[in-house]
Structure formats: structure tokens, C-alpha cells
Design a protein around this ligand. Sequence first.
Ligand SMILES: [Zn+2]
Length: 274
Amino acid sequence: MNDPDAAVIAPSPRPTTHREEAAFNDLPILALVETDRYCDQCSHNLLSQAIRRDERTGVLLVRCPECGRLHPAAGTATAVRPWLHRFAVILLLLWFATIGFAVTMVGMAQVGLTIAIMEELTTSTRIVNITGTSTTVVRTQHRTPVAQTRDHFWMVLSTRVLLGAVGFIAMTASVIAFHHWRRWAQLILATGPPIVVASLLWIGFAYDQPGLMAWSIRPIAGSAAALIVGGLIAVLVGRMVARFMVIALVPPRMRWPLAFLWIADGKTLSGMAA
Ligand SMILES: [Zn+2]
């Protein structure tokens, strides 16, 4: 029993007074509850609630925002805990699978759309009038870039916009899921993988078509840049967008599990300290 937080004074069953509450809420936030943990009194989920150290006893406590009851931050063992543990392991595996899937999908979008652009830029389209009434579109894949048409321009532009959107969505998910990361880590995630994928793509393409090595730099770099720009915008405003959406779409009483969206940026969810 070396853990000082394990020896916990039973939390007071009476609701705390407003003065006690205010004093407790003024204490510095040391951490957040990172697991599902339910209030003994009202069953409110304490996930993402602030953990503070009680000044008199030195015990780490969490206050239920619904009923005000104080809970020791150290977990208490209950009969359901082994089941919760197993469930948590499954959720964790699903979580990793989701991250892996998302990363793969973004990488595939970058590779697939870049190759599509390059194929399109080396394909000519001719409309041939076979008979007097019907026309046929003849598409020819060349070994060299063809003269750019207006269709090419719009195709490249729409692909870049699409990749920008992919980057924005992916990095918005990242700043929400990894809200504990520093901003520089998010910036590395937004820029690093697209640059790595673009480099590999360019090397692969250069082996395949050495004659188009120099030409391929522009479409490959253009796709990576679109993905990066979308991602960087998300690093700057993604969490803000998420907060607006929470305020707009989630009723106030159900917002508590999402309070980390505010805390991560040093803000408070309105009503959080009340
Ligand atoms: Zn409660």
C-alpha cells in the first residue's frame, strides 16, 4: 500500500456546498479522467472530468458535474471490473484497427488520385464522327504528356480540392482523437506522411517511366500539397469546428464527455465550472 491515493477517505455523501465547489474548481487541473467511470450517486459518466488534488488531504479527487459528489480519482474495484477490462481491451484493438484503416485510406487516396491525374494528363481524347449520326470518343493513353485541355484543368483542380478535404477530415479526426498531442506533433502528422508517400510514389514512377521523372514531380507534389494544406487548416481550426458542431448538435447535458475539446485548448465548456 505505497500508493497514497489508494487509502482514500470515503467521499462525503452530502452534496458539497457552493463555496466548497467553487474552491475545488479553483484548484489546478492535474489530469482528466481517461476511462469510463460512473458517479456513485447519479451514474453520470465522469469521463474527461478534471482531477484535482484536495488541499487538506492531498487526495486526488474528481467532482461529478451533475450532482457535485466527490470521488477518489484512484479506481475502486467492483465486480463488473474484469468485464469492463475485457471490453476495454476489445475497444482498444478496434481503436487501433480504426487508426490503421484511416491512415491506409488517406494514403490510398493520395496514391490513387495522383496516379489518376498522371494517367489523365497523358491521355488524349478525340471525338470521331464515324457516321453522320453517331460519334465515338476515342481515348488514347500516351507515353508522354498530352496538350492540356480545359477538362484536364478541372480534373486536376477537383482532385486537389478532394485531397484537401481528405486532409482536413483526417487531421480534424486526429486533433480530436489525439487531443493530448502538442501542436507540433499534429503538424508533423499533417505534413510527414504525405511527403513520404509522395517521395515513394515518385521513386516508383521514376523506375517505371524514367523519361517522365521530371514531369511527374508537379502532379505528385501537387497532390501532396493539397493533402497537406487541408491537414494544416484542420490542425489550426479542426477542434474549433468540432466545438461549434458540439454546441450546435449536442444538448447541453450530453456535452460533458466532449469537454476535452475545450480543455485541450485551455478553454472551458460553458457551465463546466458551475
Ligand atoms: Zn453524480
